[in-house]
Design a protein around this ligand. Structure first.
Ligand code: ZN
Length: 465
């Protein structure tokens, strides 16, 4: 089965630039895409402005908010969501599963809420899944996953016309359950695959576990599955999530953080009270100094902060797309990882999945920049080492020095991991070619690393030449 709604245009690590066709809206959304969350009760930035000023192609709103209120429900059924919200792009609706998780039972079944989403003109609807939080007992995760899977099958059986339908992937923090959930979801004829209930991981800065959860889900999904990292709206982790293969993000954070005077950056979150300067050139930050913003009335300050938060969030999506197009997404991830120790853990978790990434990584990309010890464990290096172990040389073979990633840009002052990785590569090549004589010319590699090179390899320190 191929999913004709999603086409991949470009790829780097597991990240991709894709085109998600949303037939009911008559639009094609370029991914990675950010979907601002619009709460009709508390609209911070008008949806029409999200489209015209920020370039939002798709937004997300909660159908249960409309369903659960007599006034909103009738208005949405009469006029349709696009008219009520004043938005021409694609609209994704959530089912209220989050309310279920936060406040206990909601009083609606999957066929009812899907039919309602269809009737109010949603372009991408969602069944009522069970978002199992991290760290629960395995038995709970299994039982709730079984219920979610039944509901996906119910969702599959109702005819929703050309409305796309989400197939959420649950399974808490159990990678095998996430993988199984993903495989099951991918086996349905549903369309978009949100990886659910990761918000508690994000809120606690557990980025390494977030990476493991996404990696597990990706193993169960085909490459043509559009993946939504549900509830993850902080721009600091977008590059990491895209590199793991996430295509869609939703942001409630832009408005929620603004309400608490919190200012988003790609390096983390700042309190407005703590800032003397804005490290940003968006229209808000160009017009106001932090002290001026602090002096405004609550509502105005909140709106302006929300606008800054949106600008920085959309800007990061564009930065990621360009990095992906240029073939240096992992360098961007590496740069972002330096902002916070928890992000570094996330990046280290990513390189632990290097073999999974390597299976999909394009063979030839832009220049490889060696930026840290983690660079030595990137998928390109893993692949190169695999090749070395299988490479049988002709006596006058010259290919090695020209093969990616040996064209890597490396620092003059190489670190221990880089030296170690290079020495292990030499060892593999020598082991694969026992009849061949090797000379390793190096510039002052440390003794501890040279010990990893097999005995038969002649060593020449170029600094002594
Ligand atoms: Zn700004």
């Amino acid at each position: 089965m191929t999913r004709e709604i999603f086409e991949i245009r470009d790829q780097d690590a597991l990240g991709r630039i894709g085109e998600l066709a949303v037939p009911r809206a008559g639009v094609t959304v370029e991914t990675p895409a950010l979907m601002p969350v619009v709460n009709p009760h508390l609209s911070t930035v008008d949806p029409a402005r999200l489209e015209s000023e920020f370039g939002a192609e798709v937004l997300i709103t909660n159908s249960y908010i409309f369903y659960g209120s007599d006034d909103y429900r009738d208005e949405a059924l009469d006029r349709g969501l696009h008219d009520v919200l004043g938005f021409d792009g694609a609209i994704m609706t959530d089912s209220g599963s989050f309310q279920l998780a936060e406040y206990g039972d909601i009083d609606v079944t999957t066929p009812e809420i899907l039919q309602f989403q269809h009737d109010v003109g949603s372009d991408i609807g969602t069944p009522v899944d069970i978002p199992t939080p991290p760290d629960v007992e395995r038995q709970q995760a299994e039982e709730e996953l079984a219920t979610t899977q039944e509901r996906l099958e119910v969702a599959e059986s109702v005819d929703m016309g050309d409305m796309l339908v989400n197939a959420p992937v649950q399974g808490s923090t159990y990678p095998d359950l996430r993988e199984e959930a993903a495989r099951h979801a991918y086996g349905t004829d549903l369309d978009v695959f949100p990886v659910g209930a990761v918000v508690p991981l994000m809120n606690d800065y557990r980025y390494a576990e977030m990476v493991d959860v996404v990696a597990a889900a990706k193993r169960g999904l085909g490459v043509d599955a559009p993946v939504h990292l549900f509830g993850a709206g902080h721009p600091m982790m977008f590059a990491l999530a895209v590199a793991m293969g996430c295509d869609l993000f939703d942001s409630a954070a832009y408005a929620l953080y603004a309400r608490d005077d919190r200012y988003l950056t790609v390096r983390g979150t700042e309190q407005l009270d703590d800032l003397d300067y804005f490290p940003c050139s968006c229209p808000v930050c160009a017009d106001y100094a932090p002290a001026e913003l602090r002096s405004l009335a609550d509502r105005e300050r909140e709106e302006l902060l929300a606008e800054h938060n949106l600008h920085v969030t959309f800007q990061e999506i564009r930065t990621i797309k360009q990095a992906l197009r240029s073939g240096n997404l992992l360098e961007l991830v590496e740069t972002r990882a330096r902002a916070h120790p928890a992000m570094l853990d996330g990046y280290r978790a990513l390189v632990e999945h290097a073999e999974q990434l390597e299976r999909e990584e394009p063979v030839s990309k832009g220049a490889f920049f060696y930026l840290s010890g983690e660079s030595a464990r990137r998928p390109e290096v893993v692949r190169h080492h695999d090749r070395l172990a299988r490479l049988h040389l002709d006596p006058d073979d010259q290919i090695l020095s020209e093969t990616y990633p040996l064209t890597a840009e490396v620092p003059e002052r190489m670190d221990a991991e880089g030296h170690r990785s290079a020495a292990l590569g030499v060892a593999r090549l020598a082991a694969a070619n026992p009849e061949t004589a090797f000379t390793l010319a190096h510039r002052g590699w440390p003794e501890s690393v040279l010990k990893l090179v097999p005995e038969g390899v002649e060593l020449v320190d170029l600094r002594e030449e």
